[in-house]
Design a protein around this ligand. Structure first.
Ligand code: CP
Ligand code: NVA
Length: 311
């Protein structure tokens, strides 16, 4: 049992047991949703705050809808419209908000700010993306992969692009815990943070997962079941744009790259995508792409997660 099961800052905060239970709840809620039972009262009017320092379409809307469909209420707060934007300390904000709210979902620039938040609250806190990780994205993506292939163990997932990307970092950690084969093809200097890689390798010994970081994109994608990419320039990295486009130019997912993967391979992207940069229009709109089903599952899996946390 984890020490603080209600704090989810990293994909490392999900144990295998949590993931299995969340997936079971998700499957049940999703099928009930498809049979017309869209509203299930689990949150019983609990009020969950969303504090966002950066833009969001999927995370914000899927969480707000998830909360409402589970019988709760949400309050969206832009960081800069709170006193946080004028420099009120995080620790003061956290101690006030925990007296009003039943939970917080936060999207921040600096991961350390979330850690600071977590030190001062006892209500659930969920990372809705930081510069270091995007754990709820990874959770949802493994559900999508599981739904598609009926298993996770032994599947080869090739992440092509910025190997230090927040989404990839969470896919890496969770993949190592779930026993997948996770390959990262990236340019020199864009490898995952060393501490996350060390952590992933620690889990590999227990779960039989395989983790490979390479500069050889063809080797990474060869016979892959899933080809995944994310933007080369993440939110907050706009000042590095030119350099990143140049450095990562050889790591684009295009038709040629997709043709090296298995015949029934799927293409995934957390979105938003930059067509012509990390992926071509042909691939994202093509027959292998499952990005819309992937985005839809953010709603169902987050309902599963909330139902699990507030059960
Ligand atoms: N994938 C994802 O988190 O998208 P948003 O930035 O739109 O929330
Ligand atoms: N890596 C991207 C993910 C967006 C969902 C970013 O941080 O901008």
């Amino acid at each position: 049992m984890r020490r603080r099961p209600h704090i989810i800052l990293s994909a490392d905060d999900f144990d295998l047991d949590d993931v299995i239970k969340i997936f079971d709840i998700t499957k049940d809620l999703k099928s009930r949703y498809y049979y017309g039972e869209r509203y299930v009262n689990i949150l019983n009017k609990k009020i969950i705050g969303l504090i966002f320092q950066k833009p969001s379409t999927r995370t914000r809307v899927s969480f707000e809808v998830a909360i409402r469909q589970l019988g709760g209420e949400s309050i969206y707060m832009s960081w800069n419209e709170l006193q946080l934007g004028r420099g009120e300390p995080i620790k003061d904000t956290a101690r006030v908000l925990e007296r009003y709210l039943d939970g917080i979902i936060a999207r921040v620039y600096k991961h350390e700010d979330l850690v600071e938040f977590s030190r001062y609250i006892s209500i659930p806190l969920i990372n809705g993306l930081s510069d270091r990780e995007h754990p709820v994205q990874a959770l949802s993506d493994y559900y999508t992969i599981y739904e598609r292939f009926g298993r996770l163990k032994g599947l080869k997932i090739a992440f092509v692009g910025d190997g230090s990307d927040n989404v990839s970092n969470s896919l890496l950690i969770l993949g190592a815990k779930l026993g997948v084969e996770y390959w990262i093809a990236t340019a020199p200097g864009y490898e995952p943070p060393k501490d996350l890689l060390d952590l992933a390798f620690k889990y590999v010994e227990k779960t039989g997962a395989k983790i490979v970081v390479t500069h050889d994109v063809e080797k990474a994608v060869s016979e892959a079941d899933v080809v995944y990419t994310d933007v080369w320039v993440s939110m907050g990295q706009e000042h590095e744009r030119e350099k990143r486009l140049k450095d990562l130019a050889d790591y684009q997912v295009n038709t040629k790259i997709m043709s090296l993967a298995k015949k029934n391979a799927v293409f995934m992207h957390c979105l938003p995508a930059k067509r012509g940069e990390e992926v071509t229009d042909e691939v994202i709109e093509g027959e292998h792409s499952i990005v819309w089903d992937q985005a839809e599952n953010r709603l169902h899996v987050q309902k599963g997660l909330l139902a699990y946390l507030y059960r």
